[in-house]
Write a protein that binds this ligand. Structure first.
Ligand code: MG
Length: 209
């Protein structure tokens, strides 16, 4: 069932290195607890909008992720309660300036440029473990992952985040990307799909100013 909630989150909370194979491909250890960072709401774009490659970066990469849309204010919820806080799931691209991520201790610049968060329409789904995520560039599959293979599952992530910051209805959590991230070039088209739920397609452009 498609939801009519608009995407106007007060925050976009992201989990890094939540699939073991992706942590390894970037030379990182598997985390002992969820690794969190934020993307600004100003980075959001919708289906069909262009991802703009900023001149500050020489390597911008796609990260196909399952996004969670919160349906209610949530604070200090348990993992057992967490799914009651979810309105739906959406395909999300955690676009990342990989070179800047390696230069900076904080991820704000690498993850925060305008257009760096393409996101689709949220859709309700009963069992998060059944969800899968696929990333394609120019029609070729580059990434595929299953929610059941996440290091930290969706209820555990929501509970963990809600101990730190109050989640508001409309907030988004990006749950991490599977292996296969790679660079984007002007003229590419990136598709992120949660099979059976939704898909977004975004062209890639060089910045003109
Ligand atoms: Mg990510």
């Amino acid at each position: 069932m498609a939801l009519s909630l608009p995407l106007r989150p007060s925050k976009i909370v992201c989990v890094g290195r939540n699939y073991a194979a992706h942590a390894r491909e970037l030379g990182n250890a598997v985390p002992e607890r969820p690794l969190l960072f934020l993307k600004p709401p100003s980075s959001l774009i919708g289906d069909g909008d262009a991802i703009v490659l900023p001149p500050e970066s020489q390597r911008v990469e796609h990260e196909a992720e399952i996004g969670i849309l919160l349906g209610r204010r949530s604070r200090h919820v348990s993992a057992a309660e967490a799914m009651q806080c979810v309105a739906g799931f959406l395909p999300l691209n955690d676009v990342t300036a990989r070179d800047l991520q390696k230069l900076d201790v904080q991820f704000a610049r690498a993850k925060g440029f305008d257009t760096f968060c393409p996101a689709g329409s949220p859709v309700a789904h009963a069992d998060w473990r059944e969800l899968e995520i696929t990333g394609r560039v120019n029609g070729s599959i580059r990434q595929h992952g299953r929610a059941a293979d996440m290091i930290f599952g969706i209820p555990e992530i929501i509970a963990y985040v809600s101990r730190i910051m109050t989640l508001e209805a409309g907030d988004i959590i990006a749950t991490g990307t599977p292996e296969g991230v790679g660079p984007l070039a002007p003229g590419d088209v990136v598709e992120i799909e949660i099979p059976g739920l939704g898909r977004i397609s975004n062209p890639v452009e060089a910045a003109t100013r």
